[in-house]
Write a protein that binds this ligand. Structure first.
Ligand SMILES: *Cc1c(COP(=O)(O)O)cnc(C)c1O
Length: 373
């Protein structure tokens, strides 16, 4: 069996090569490199796909979080609550916007922000919450929105890993004040470079975000405020428009692969499989298992040509970037326990049944050997 990559972007490209090549050629032919008709078209298509009234595109999924926070008026001293376990974009943008990061522990089995721990973190300075639908599983949005409403907080949903995921039948991104998306190449909907977007039903907020992303002005030369340069380019928009119609079938395939992993890996001693909470639909950006001897398991798989990734090896509060906050493991017991045990297995729509069985065989051998010791 040949090596099994963690993701295979080239396989996806080959499956839609004609459409992608034609779309890129069209952007070159029309020189519509920055903004332009392809960008406008994708914004409309993505709003329709997510059910939002407005979509504002930008350069990447980190800028989208930053732009949302600026548009919501984050001020120095404002506290924003975010999960202790995520990609650093979720919280570095709070600081960039001028706010203060307040970390919250995550759920033991679902890896998303634990609503039971949010209220204890709320102070008179708290302005918002940034739940992350981590790995593709929606956070517990009913509980989070109830807390937000009670305390008058805004909510930015970080949907970077959860395009089209549903919570109690409703798409993620439809609960909070605004939703942030990344189209980084490896995401469930990925460009061929950096790209991001924001969705909201609030027309005034959408206009403020569009303005911030374009140097503070919607018309050239008319700068209402100081903004940033965060534009989606035409090439990426054209690529995304070709890919968007395939997103539902790719998502369904991810869910089939996850179900197959679930059948193959069930009952392997010492291996914890992903758990999906009642009412939440997981879109499996990542298929994350846990094992006490995670690093040895990853090495064992690597030696057999199976590539895995740790998303993420250090929970955010324990990174040097947040040493100033002086957090201890006991502050975030679940996030801390997860950081040494989690392992993301290869998962992409094009992965074959034989590859899944090869991953299973290698994991089973390691786990059986370890548990038999
Ligand atoms: C990928 C990601 C981002 C940032 O997206 P970029 O497009 O890489 O800037 C933000 N939050 C989460 C949870 C992500 O996974």
């Amino acid at each position: 069996m040949s090596a099994i990559p963690f993701v295979d972007l080239h396989a996806q490209y080959l499956s839609i090569k004609d459409g992608i090549d034609a779309a890129i050629a069209e952007v070159i032919r029309t020189s519509a490199f920055i903004r332009g008709p392809h960008v406008q078209r994708f914004e409309q298509e993505f709003a329709a796909a997510t059910g939002a009234a407005h979509c504002v595109s930008c350069a990447n999924g980190t800028d989208s979080l930053y732009i949302a926070m600026r548009a919501l008026g984050v001020q120095p001293g404002d506290e924003v609550i975010a999960p202790a376990h995520s990609w650093i974009s979720t919280t570095e943008t709070i600081t960039q916007a001028g706010g203060t990061v307040v970390f919250c522990d995550t759920e033991a089995e679902h890896y998303t922000i634990d609503p039971a721990r949010i209220e204890a973190l709320i102070t008179p300075r708290t302005v918002g919450i940034v739940p992350v639908h981590l790995y593709g599983q929606p956070a517990d949005m009913d509980s989070i929105m109830a807390i937000a409403r009670k305390h008058g907080l805004w909510v930015i949903e970080d949907c970077a890993q959860a395009h089209l995921a549903r919570y109690k039948g409703r798409q993620v991104g439809r609960f909070g004040t605004v939703a942030s998306y990344s189209f980084y190449p490896g995401k469930n909907l990925g460009a061929m470079g950096d790209a991001g977007a924001l969705t909201t039903d609030d027309a005034a907020l959408a206009e403020r975000m569009a303005m911030l992303a374009r140097h503070g002005g919607l018309t050239k030369g008319d700068h209402q405020i100081e903004g940033v340069n965060s534009r989606l380019d035409g090439m990426q928009a054209a690529v995304l428009s070709v890919k968007l119609p395939h997103l539902s079938s790719w998502t369904a395939r991810r869910q089939e692969v996850a179900a197959e992993y679930g059948r193959l890996l069930a009952g392997i001693p010492g291996l914890a499989l992903p758990q999906v909470a009642e009412g939440r639909e997981h879109v499996y950006h990542l298929y994350v298992v846990r094992h006490e001897r995670r690093d040895a398991l990853a090495r064992h798989l690597a030696e057999r040509g199976i590539q895995t990734v740790v998303n993420y090896p250090v929970a955010l509060p324990f990174l040097p970037a947040y040493a100033r906050l002086g957090h201890q493991p006991a502050d975030f017991p679940n996030s801390h326990a997860h950081q040494s045990r989690i392992l993301s297995l290869p998962l992409y729509p094009e992965i074959s049944p034989a590859q899944l069985r090869a991953v299973e065989g290698a994991i089973r051998k390691f786990c059986d050997d370890v548990s038999g010791q």
